[in-house]
Design a protein around this ligand. Structure first.
Ligand SMILES: Cc1ncc(COP(=O)(O)O)c(C=O)c1O
Length: 462
């Protein structure tokens, strides 16, 4: 028998095993009482409203939705603290990929939360970190991409910051970046300059020089490739040697669910590399949402990209890169990166999606997408003046309502919330209503129920 540390013996202690069994039983007993969409409990309404008001005041502004969770749910359903139950089809903007109160996710979190510390970080990490790093790098190299390293961090935008810093350091003194029109990358002082939305950088000093090229247009396959490449070439002539990186989302999320194309991205990557410009792929929203674990694998860009940033679904955030972009000591570090609970949940979720029937042409992600898209397609045929679409890919599903009218689309999301389902808006001209589907929990019955709510709500908007 091999020698065990005290820590290993502690985690295998029969009392902990028994305690975890009790947690799991209690969870099941309570969670199973959640059976479907439900209105608020009148007796909880008043205390809920005062809590909302106080929370809004303390936050310095009202929440988008009157949403405060009670701490339990079942699959795609979540209970709010006022006793109401709703379908969660936006998942905290794409984080709760396995829905609410998933027994195995909670078991993984418990394993992580009974260890010695709350947070793990750069200086001190537990045995769960090396395991997660190996899983993610092995998966990123599924088709021999050749990634060597990963740096874990605390948010999607910090993964972007770290990739940008590494690219700038390698390409010093280059100081410009390129991005796609309508992109979203986050909101730090530097990354807010890249995100293509003026209100997100209103009042901020200019910290970065960013130039934009148009995203792929499926209606003009060849034309949009030629146009983007010629714009890139023109930039490289105008500012020779000044560009360090091209930042790209492969499916534009916040921008309105625009899906790119392999040929387009390959042409962009090749042009950038010809001019010694690094390519950063932002998969904070797309990770685990196509029928490959990474969207760069879906678009067959394994050898074409230099950095991949992940977040949201992965529960932890990270920058994945090769040896040739390795930063010099001191450039990237962070006191704490994530909690033991999140690191353990990340391992469970990523391993499950990578190895348990989610990926591939016949995997769950494609099946659920098809089911949702078929329902929306029927609705758009029934109400051609009100609903267009569906748009998106995999776990990202969207539709255009009322010809993309912003106010009506926003009103729709509030009404849909009232009726029992969370969604959100994306993009401008047209505005789209979007869903980030909880793949690890959702069933075809849930999709059918949500589509009934969509139909009811569309007909309630004037
Ligand atoms: C594509 C993309 N990149 C980066 C971010 C920023 O991630 P975070 O909010 O975790 O910093 C987001 C967040 O929505 C995103 O959608």
């Amino acid at each position: 028998m091999s020698k065990k540390s005290i820590g290993e013996a502690y985690l295998a202690d029969p009392r902990l095993v028994e305690a975890k069994k009790l947690i799991s039983e209690a969870l099941n007993d309570h969670s199973s009482k959640i059976e479907g969409v439900k209105a608020a409990d009148p007796e909880l309404k008043q205390s809920y409203e005062s809590m909302m008001e106080e929370f809004g005041k303390n936050r310095g502004g009202k929440l988008f939705y009157n949403y405060i969770g009670s701490g339990i749910g079942k699959g795609a359903l979540v209970e709010l603290a006022d006793g109401s139950v709703k379908y969660d089809f936006i998942t905290g903007i794409g984080v709760h990929y396995f829905g609410h109160s998933h027994p195995e996710v909670i078991a993984a979190e418990v394993d992580g939360s009974i260890t010695n510390t709350t947070m793990s970080g750069n200086l001190q990490q537990n045995v769960d970190s090396p395991k997660l790093f190996k899983l993610l790098l092995d998966q990123a190299n599924k088709y021999d991409a050749g990634f060597d390293h990963m740096f874990m961090t605390s948010s999607g935008v910090m993964a972007a910051e770290n990739a940008l810093k590494m690219a700038f350091q390698k390409k010093h003194p280059a100081h410009r970046v390129i991005a796609f029109e309508k992109c979203f990358m986050g909101r730090t002082l530097s990354v807010a300059q890249i995100t293509d939305k003026a209100v997100y950088r209103a009042g901020l000093p200019k910290t970065l020089n960013v130039d934009y090229i148009p995203f792929y247009d499926a209606n003009e396959h060849e034309g949009s490739i030629k146009n983007a490449v010629s714009k890139l070439e023109a930039m490289f002539v105008r500012y020779p040697g000044e560009y360090a990186a091209m930042c790209m989302e492969l499916v534009q999320g916040e921008g309105g669910y625009w899906v790119g194309h392999e040929d387009f991205f390959k042409a962009i990557c090749d042009t950038c590399h010809k001019h010694n410009v690094s390519v950063i792929v932002d998969e904070v929203q797309t990770f685990m949402r196509t029928d490959e674990l990474f969207a760069f694998q879906y678009f067959k860009l394994d050898k074409h990209v230099d950095f991949v940033n992940i977040g949201k679904n992965s529960q932890i955030c990270a920058t994945i890169y090769r040896e040739d972009h390795k930063p010099r000591p001191g450039l990237v570090s962070q006191t704490f990166t994530s909690s033991g609970a999140a690191i353990n949940a990340a391992y469970y979720i990523i391993n499950e999606v990578a190895n348990n029937g989610y990926l591939g042409k016949d995997g769950k992600i494609n099946k659920i997408h098809k089911c949702f898209a078929d329902h929306l397609d029927k609705l758009s045929q029934k109400y051609p003046d009100k609903i267009e679409g569906p748009w998106g890919i995999g776990a990202m599903v969207g539709m255009t309502l009322f010809k993309g009218d912003f106010e009506k689309s926003k009103a729709f999301t509030f009404k849909l919330f009232e009726n029992g389902c969370l969604s959100f808006i994306a993009g401008q001209n047209p505005t789209r209503v979007r869903f980030l589907v909880p793949m690890g929990a959702v069933t075809e019955e849930d999709i059918a129920n949500v589509c009934k709510l969509i139909e009811q709500t569309v007909n309630e908007i004037e």
